[in-house]
Design a protein around this ligand. Structure first.
Ligand code: ADP
Ligand code: MG
Length: 579
């Protein structure tokens, strides 16, 4: 019988071994874990991987430069709590992506950089391979974890490790090194399928100890002038309800860090943003919720924090080593935001210590005075526009469109927009983050559109826009609902610097006067608008947000407007020697 069976052609096919390869195993491993979107740039040796991934139903978005693909992946990670994927070629492509990976790690955003690499044997003997580089070694110090996969049967485990490393504990960037040879390795399809791992509970809850909860509560109860600082870790945690309950039940004024804006609405009566200097200086107990005492908060000390020794800190963070990083933390609460605040709320029961009245009214008085001052300036309608005129218009638009995503980078454009544009929902504001870098704009805008489906308003300084400007083609290619407003004041900080050395060059901070950034968008089929007045700007943005058409509005801003380094001029050394 068996002889007879073997002679039948269809039976022959039955006994033929089904095969899979590195390409397919990697795609299957990612999809099995719900990772269905790749941001990248094709090339050797990952071109076919991108094609096959797309053919398998994944969304594969190609960029013009890896750094922007990487920034998109990082933002996808921030918005979804699963690692965003960035795919690059070897050496230079890898290095371009690495900037974004390091930035993601610094910001505690989960992402995985998948880079093709050259042949190990040649790279390790430094025999000069095509794009030779020991990528694993270079990536290691710049991210949370780095792995190399040499055998197709290890792809499942490698992807699982990468996911866990990216999202568990403090999130961050992971590098996965994929030598060219790996993709073509063939193995039995059944064995391949069995080698894949679906990660169970990739970011497990982390509960604080009861002792630490009690300690924190004791410190909070002792406060006469308490303050809550919400950071982007709190936004990332997606524990929005418990954050809101904690803030509202306690009645304590809160200060949102820039990407935590909207976690509670900026218009919330407990928002002390408009009384920032007062609350930092005068508070006696500061409850840090997913925010670090880094340079953005003057390291928790110095003049802006009032008298030395006048504060005690409660800090909630998933990373134990964050505690005491800059100042002593009286009550460290180590765990995830949802669990920590949940435990605090339970421990407090109904006996929540009320925030003292005198403190609340002092904060309110200051906030109202500062808000009134600001509102007066925002009504301005100067032509050419200054920052307040243009941002006054954008603020109104964002108020009417609470679901829209906001991307913001620049110097003055960043500083003014951060304080002027109110956010009303969590995780809607994406900006320069912990490093305060330029260049995140278009990557963040693409990810915001792709991951949320909501319209995106990107408010960009003319200098900041330049770092990722070529990605307007990407935005047009995928027809994404992104409206970019370039604040064009002819230069970095402003457009009026002069060079007196006689060589005919312009000053290092000055760009081509009256550039037409709007034409860049038109070149790729998008809508370009040249706006010189508040009305023109308002009309154009509303139209873009309504139609969802890729749009770039060149907003002409007075070239005298703007100060050196925006609000961080203190970090910019300036020579006082006259020569
Ligand atoms: P910001 O710049 O807004 O102040 P940071 O990036 O400095 O925010 O701080 C974010 C903090 O949040 C980091 O210390 C990080 O460890 C922490 N964090 C991130 N995710 C969580 C989470 N789910 N639970 C608790 N802490 C978190
Ligand atoms: Mg400028």
């Amino acid at each position: 019988m068996s002889v007879e069976l073997q002679e039948r052609p269809e039976s022959k096919a039955e006994t033929e071994e089904q095969l899979t390869d590195g390409f397919h195993l990697l795609i299957d491993a990612l999809k099995l874990n719900g990772l269905n979107t790749i941001y990248g740039v094709p090339g050797i040796p990952i071109t076919d991987f991108g094609r096959l991934a797309q053919a398998s139903g994944m969304r594969v978005l190609s960029f013009r430069h890896e750094q922007h693909a990487g920034n998109a992946a990082a933002i996808a990670g921030y918005l979804t709590k699963m690692p965003g994927l960035c795919l690059t070629v070897s050496a230079p492509g890898f290095l371009n992506g690495l900037t974004a990976l390091a930035n993601a790690t610094t910001n505690c955003f989960p992402m995985i950089l998948l880079s093709g690499s050259s042949e190990r044997e040649i790279v390790d003997l430094q025999q000069g391979d095509y794009e030779e580089m020991d990528q694993l070694a270079i990536a290691k110090p710049l991210c949370k974890a780095a792995f190399r996969v040499l055998h197709a049967e290890d792809i499942g485990i490698a992807v699982a490790r990468a996911i866990r490393a990216a999202v568990s504990g403090r999130p961050g960037g992971v590098y996965l090194d994929l030598p060219a040879k790996l993709f073509g390795q063939v193995m039995n399809a059944d064995a391949g399928a069995k080698s894949l791992v679906k990660v169970i509970d990739p970011a497990p809850e982390q509960l604080p100890s009861q002792a630490s909860v009690k300690r924190a509560l004791d410190v909070i109860k002792s406060a006469k002038k308490p303050l809550i600082i919400l950071g982007k870790g709190a936004a990332y945690a997606q524990a929005d309800d418990v954050v809101k309950s904690f803030v509202e039940k306690s009645g304590i004024p809160f200060l949102p860090m820039s990407m935590a804006k909207g976690l509670l609405p900026d218009m919330h009566q407990q928002n002390a943003g408009a009384a920032r200097s007062l609350v930092l200086k005068e508070s006696d107990v500061v409850i840090m919720v997913g925010a670090r005492l880094n340079w953005l908060l003057s390291h928790g000390k110095g003049k802006s924090w009032g008298e030395p020794g006048s504060k005690r800190f409660v800090q909630i963070d998933i990373e134990p080593r964050e505690m005491d990083s800059n100042v002593e933390i009286a009550a460290p609460l180590v765990g995830d935001i949802g669990s920590c605040l949940g435990e605090l709320l339970t421990a407090m029961g109904d006996q929540f210590p009320a925030a003292p009245d005198g403190w609340i009214s002092a904060v309110n008085t200051k906030r109202e005075a500062n808000t009134a001052k600001m509102n007066q300036r925002l009504g301005s309608d100067t032509t050419p526009m200054d920052f307040h005129t243009a941002l006054g218009a954008l603020r109104e638009i964002m108020q009417q469109r609470p679901d829209a995503m906001l991307v913001n980078e620049g110097a003055n454009t960043l500083d003014f927009a951060r304080s002027i544009i109110n956010m009303s929902k969590p995780r809607k504001r994406l900006d320069v983050g912990t490093w305060g870098i330029m260049g995140i704009g278009m990557g963040a805008a693409v990810a915001a559109a792709v991951e949320t489906g909501h319209p995106v308003l990107a408010v960009e300084g003319d200098s900041a826009f330049g770092f990722s400007g070529m990605e307007v083609e990407t935005i047009c290619r995928y027809n994404l609902p992104v409206c970019i407003v370039v604040f064009n004041n002819n230069g970095i900080y402003r457009g009026t610097d002069e060079n007196n050395n006689g060589d005919g060059d312009v000053a290092p901070t000055v760009f081509v006067k009256n550039s037409r950034y709007d034409k860049m968008m038109e070149a790729f089929g998008g809508v370009g608008v040249y706006a010189t007045t508040r009305d023109e700007l308002t009309t154009a943005v509303n139209e873009a947000m309504d139609t969802g058409k890729p749009t770039l509005i060149n907003a002409v801003i007075d070239e005298n407007a703007g100060t050196e380094s925006g609000r961080i001029g203190n970090l910019n050394p300036q020579s006082v020697v006259k020569k």
